[in-house]
Write a protein that binds this ligand. Structure first.
Ligand code: DX5
Ligand code: ZN
Length: 217
């Protein structure tokens, strides 16, 4: 079964608590929270204070995607604010292993993300330490962009590097996921599908999530 993680980047920021409660009711599997710093990516969004304020509004897992430089400065704050998964970008710093350890010290899931141009081999030596790989199928920074399907090709290599493990590695995809593209991503081996504009395109979040779950099946 496809897991859908609506990205609140496309939600109405003037009433985020309400939006998250609506996603919960609409059958979302996780809540994807896009954190941007105006430096690693050309956009600014959400800080740990907002995550903390949202935490009481849903029991769903908070999937926090850090698109920030020097993520080591904020990992503890996001974990304390209530993140269940923290994903850092491979491209965000020199000490990925240390970042993963920092996340795991909070007893939460650790993810690593790859931009479209970053090859799978960049995470070969860290893969045994991570719970999740987030494959970007757009250049991070904005919702509503078209999928870059070539980026899906690296998933096969990532799975090869992961090999057989007790806790299977989760593969998440982010960017341009909609009814027309989700089956392609699924065929590449994705477990969790982030969707911003496809979930928030109309007020029928439940219908939009169901459509994503069923599209092309
Ligand atoms: C892009 C973000 C995504 C974005 C996805 O930088 O990481 O999570 O919100 O939006 P859509 O689904 O509209 O491509
Ligand atoms: Zn994201």
């Amino acid at each position: 079964m496809r897991m859908i993680a609506p990205s609140i980047l496309s939600a109405d920021f003037s009433r985020l608590g309400e939006e998250i409660r609506a996603l919960d009711k609409a059958g979302a599997d996780l809540i994807h929270i896009d954190v941007m710093d105006g430096h690693f990516v050309p956009n600014l969004t959400i800080g740990p204070g907002v995550v903390k304020a949202l935490r009481p509004h849903s029991k769903l897992l908070f999937d926090v995607h850090l698109m920030i430089s020097e993520p080591e400065r904020y990992i503890d704050a996001f974990a304390e604010a209530g993140a269940d998964i923290i994903t850092v970008h491979q491209e965000s710093g020199a000490h990925l292993h240390r970042l993963i350890q920092m996340i795991k010290a909070h007893d939460i899931k650790a993810g690593v993300s790859l931009n479209p141009a970053t090859p799978a081999v960049m995470i070969e030596d860290i893969i045994s330490q991570v719970d999740l790989v987030l494959v970007m199928t757009v250049n991070p920074g904005f919702g509503g962009q078209a999928m870059i399907p070539e980026a899906l090709k690296k998933i096969a290599r990532i799975k090869e590097f992961a090999g057989d493990r007790e806790q299977p590695l989760l593969i998440e995809v982010d960017g341009g996921i909609k009814n027309e593209t989700i089956a392609l991503a699924e065929a590449a081996g994705v477990d969790i599908f982030v969707a911003g504009s496809a979930v928030f395109k109309s007020s029928d979040y439940e219908g939009n999530i169901q459509a994503l779950k069923k599209a092309g099946v």
